[in-house]
Design a protein around this ligand. Structure first.
Ligand code: ZN
Length: 293
């Protein structure tokens, strides 16, 4: 099974950022210009508790509607990004129940829900395995590290624990840009879609045709009965992660690696498998986990 389709384009996007309409430093138009200048194809303005306008294209940049909702639980917070909802969603948000109702509401109005920065939020395994109908979680959140925060940008360990216990999240990477002092453009989601429209991007998210990245690119990911094979831009390290604490052939290291494979037959009892690639500059890309059961 090939994850990506040979002749379909990839689009680069940021699905989580803020403007002066909530606690961001730049106006919506200025934010759009920042991401246009960084070569992005699509963007969701996700101001806190405020839905940005319905999908439109502005000078070649696709804008998805978006918002970020927040909840406080004992010892943790839950922040949920919604993208692609219709305008009716805004009027439905007077009663803010809980995270699951929030996710269900986003989906009801045609959107998709993404769990923001689980490590920054101190999300527990109970929370991660208890939420349903999330399209993805942020494996990397650019602003959740220094100098803006403590270093909790990378949620991969938490999401591996969740996957091991049956909650297999797909991964996006988002800037969560607020200040525009260097965090914008640090990580992105690369989506393979039939065209640059809200409908096609949401369809690609549903189909899992995307990956999270700080720079490196996955060109193809192929699963056969015996191996997981990846083709990528040149990297120095490839790591295959699963539910097992130890696995044979987990790491491939070298210089300019553009292909690597993981032998499924050498390892038994694996319930999922995913791949991280790291380039010579230390930048990562993370594939979605694939269920093996
Ligand atoms: Zn945010």
């Amino acid at each position: 099974m090939n994850l990506f389709q040979g002749n379909m384009p990839f689009f680069k996007g940021n699905l989580h950022c803020h403007s002066t309409l909530s606690d961001g430093a730049l106006s919506p138009d200025e934010v759009i210009e920042v991401y246009r200048s960084l070569g992005y194809d699509f963007l969701a303005l996700t101001d806190h508790r405020l839905l940005s306008p319905a999908a439109q294209t502005k000078e070649g940049m696709l804008l998805l509607s978006g918002t970020e909702m927040d909840y406080s639980l004992a010892g943790e917070v839950v922040h949920i990004i919604g993208i692609g909802m219709s305008e009716e969603y805004s009027r439905s948000q007077s009663s803010r129940l809980g995270p699951q109702e929030c996710i269900d509401g986003m989906r009801h109005y045609g959107g998709r829900a993404i769990l923001a920065h689980p490590a920054w939020s101190m999300n527990t395994l109970t929370t991660l395995t208890g939420l349903h109908n999330l399209t993805a979680a942020e494996i990397y959140n650019s602003v959740s590290t220094y100098p803006w925060n403590g270093d909790r940008a990378d949620s991969s360990l938490l999401l591996d624990q969740a996957a091991t216990h049956g909650a297999l999240y797909r991964f996006v990477a988002s800037d969560d840009s607020h200040r525009y002092q260097g965090e914008a453009g640090r990580s992105f989601t690369h989506v393979q879609a039939s065209d640059l429209s809200s409908k096609a991007i949401l369809e690609a998210l549903d189909a899992g045709r995307f990956y999270a990245s700080q720079g490196p690119r996955f060109n193809q990911i192929t699963l056969t009965d015996t191996e997981l094979l990846i083709h990528c831009s040149p990297v120095d390290t490839v790591i295959f992660y699963s539910n097992q604490v130890w696995a044979a052939g987990r790491c491939v290291t070298g210089s300019g690696i553009t292909m690597a494979h993981y032998n499924l037959e050498a390892n038994q009892g694996e319930s999922f498998l995913r791949c991280q690639i790291i380039d010579a500059q230390g930048k990562s890309a993370w594939s979605n986990p694939i269920s093996l059961i």
